[in-house]
Design a protein around this ligand. Structure first.
Ligand SMILES: [Zn+2]
Length: 500
């Protein structure tokens, strides 16, 4: 229950009398005895704890010195007390005022409105000093303005949006409106700023908007700020397309991360948006400074289409769909390849990465074959024979690099000079691998390597990292990183085929 008070107002006398009668009846019925347990004070707030519930309070203010008096009916205090206050509250005193009444007095530095609140079934009585809303400004921040509200006393603000017409509302609880308040002029999408004493305890500030916007409320030194943000107005499936409506900046590109394509909507808030389910497409989101929409569409590539009011995402078959790919894990059996200082063998890492790569290629709809699926020896001629015999379009050989100087690190990818297309293929895969982590980009390079030269498919050989470098060896041995490498190579092949 809340009982608002201002100065010597006697508007509540009737209510107080009724409460007294009610308590009188209550104490006859139950013979309750309540005593004062604890009184605490902080800036603008005094909390009175009682041993039992159902207390009846009466309050008023007195001047010279300025003070708020709270009478707690039926409450006993064994020992009178005094505690120091905080902020506008100088000190708090309490004592047995009459045989049935405990009196708590808040000595104030200045006159203030106040609110008495009984919570926990009357076991706690809170006396809160009111604040006043003194200044309202619109700051010309970019790309959208910011509302700044300053007041006297702690401002307790909440905000919400209201549609048709579009509005943003900020409520200040336990507050009154300063009489000489000057309202700011319209700014950007804010057509008007209105204020009202919404009810006896709430000041309401309303922004009339020309478009749907969201607001982020934050406490700042000067008071309270509402930073305006764009909204996602619509997110819905229509005819196989995902429609996204917003008046804010639109994403131009997708950032692929571990099988999820991310679209960034800057200066946009959509934290409460429900993500619709679509066939074979999984949506996720995260709210940071920008709003990010994650789209996982295995086997399908995403095209961003600009349209009135926003964008649409179109889902096209992956460029890998139906493509024959041969994946060749380098070395094997009696040939371990290079061995790192921690003892990891290249042949094992090559196979592990290849198996992840196969999984992702299949997910994208490719027909995939491994040259070796276990730890056994295979000559270079046998590897090429498998590729040429299968009629593969794409051949990828997976290796780890090795060098005498253990500080050497980075990624390089080889192609054969006979095929200009395989150069572009190598560049796309190299680009994806380099984007996985900060490392040296040793580029796509020409290499007169047997498995490339004799291959009928578009063929590359990638050295995904240096096993001779201890840091890179640790990465190569990590299944999580192996999986990322597999995904990056699959994405590189897909990107190459899209542009081919
Ligand atoms: Zn090798």
């Amino acid at each position: 229950m809340l009982t608002p008070n201002w100065g010597f107002s006697s508007r509540w006398t009737g209510l107080v009398l009724f409460s007294l009668v009610f308590f009188w009846m209550g104490s006859i019925a139950y013979g309750q005895s309540i005593s004062l347990a604890d009184v605490t004070a902080q800036d603008g707030l005094v909390e009175i704890r009682l041993t039992g519930g159902g207390v009846t309070t009466e309050s008023f203010t007195l001047t010279s010195p300025t003070r708020i008096v709270i009478n707690l009916e039926g409450v006993r205090t064994k020992v009178p007390g005094l505690i120091p206050g905080a902020g506008m509250i100088e000190q708090v005193r309490y004592s047995q005022f009459s045989p049935t009444v405990t009196r708590v007095v808040l000595d104030l530095l200045e006159e203030s409105s106040y609110f008495v609140e009984e919570i926990d079934q009357g076991r706690i009585v809170r006396v809160r000093l009111g604040s006043s809303v003194n200044q309202i400004q619109l700051l010309p921040t970019q790309p959208l303005p910011t509302l700044q509200v300053q007041g006297e006393g702690p401002l307790v603000a909440t905000s919400f949006a209201l549609p048709s017409p579009e509005r943003l509302v900020v409520d200040f609880k336990y507050a009154t409106l300063a009489r000489d308040l000057v309202l700011p002029e319209a700014l950007g999408p804010i057509a008007r700023v209105r204020t009202s004493q919404f009810n006896h305890e709430t000041v309401r500030v309303v922004l009339d908007l020309t478009m749907p916007l969201a607001g982020i409320l934050e406490d700042v030194e000067a008071g309270v700020q509402l930073a305006l943000r764009y909204k996602i107005e619509k997110l819905a499936w229509q005819g196989g397309q995902l429609l996204i409506d917003t008046k804010g900046p639109r994403p131009q590109q997708l950032k692929r991360e571990d099988g999820v394509s991310w679209l960034e909507f800057p200066f946009t808030v959509a934290s409460t948006l429900r993500l619709p389910k679509g066939q074979g497409v999984e949506l996720s989101s995260r709210q940071e400074e920008s709003w990010f929409l994650g789209v996982a569409s295995p086997g399908k590539r995403i095209k961003i289409i600009s349209r009135l009011g926003g964008i649409a995402l179109e889902f096209l078959p992956s460029a890998l769909a139906g493509v024959r790919v041969v994946v060749d894990p380098g070395h094997g059996g009696s040939d371990p390849g290079a061995i790192g200082s921690a003892g990891y063998r290249e042949k094992d890492i090559n196979l592990a990465i290849s198996q992840y790569l196969v999984r992702f290629l299949k997910e994208y709809g490719a027909t995939v074959q491994l040259t070796r699926s276990g730890d056994y020896y295979l000559s270079l001629a046998e590897r090429v024979a498998i590729s040429n015999g299968s009629g593969a379009e794409i051949f990828v050989s997976i290796h780890c690099n090795s060098f005498g100087d253990s500080s050497k690190q980075g990624v390089e990818t080889f192609y054969h000079a006979k095929s200009p297309q395989s150069k572009s293929f190598a560049q796309h895969v190299q680009e994806q691998l380099v984007s996985l982590r900060p490392c040296i980009d040793r580029k796509a390079k020409e290499g007169n390597l047997y498995v490339l030269r004799e291959n009928l498919a578009l063929a590359i050989l990638t050295e995904v990292a240096f096993i001779s470098n201890p840091q890179e060896e640790a990465l190569l041995a990590d299944p999580e990183y192996q999986q990322k490498v597999g995904r990056a190579i699959a994405d590189g092949i897909e990107a190459f085929l899209e542009k081919k």
